[in-house]
Design a protein around this ligand. Structure first.
Ligand SMILES: [Zn+2]
Length: 70
């Protein structure tokens, strides 16, 4: 599930919000001061690994060697 991180320009606080569709962020307000003056930030959720980390380096090298690269 995409959880976006927002930064409020009014109270300078960060908060997270679960966003199911991109347009849902329209009209979203700060959880702390209720201000609409917020910025969406790129958030990497901790409960899902990064795409680069999903493939171990050993798997890549083993694949290339088994394909007759040498
Ligand atoms: Zn705020």
């Amino acid at each position: 599930m995409p959880i976006y991180e927002f930064h409020c320009e009014e109270c300078n606080k960060d908060f997270e919000h679960l966003v199911l569709i991109a347009s849902a962020v329209d009209g979203l307000t700060c959880k702390h001061c209720n201000s609409p003056n917020i910025k969406k930030m790129i958030s990497t959720t901790s409960n899902q690994p990064a795409k680069g980390a999903a493939i171990p380096a050993g798997a890549l090298s083993g694949c290339s060697s088994s394909s007759g690269f040498s």
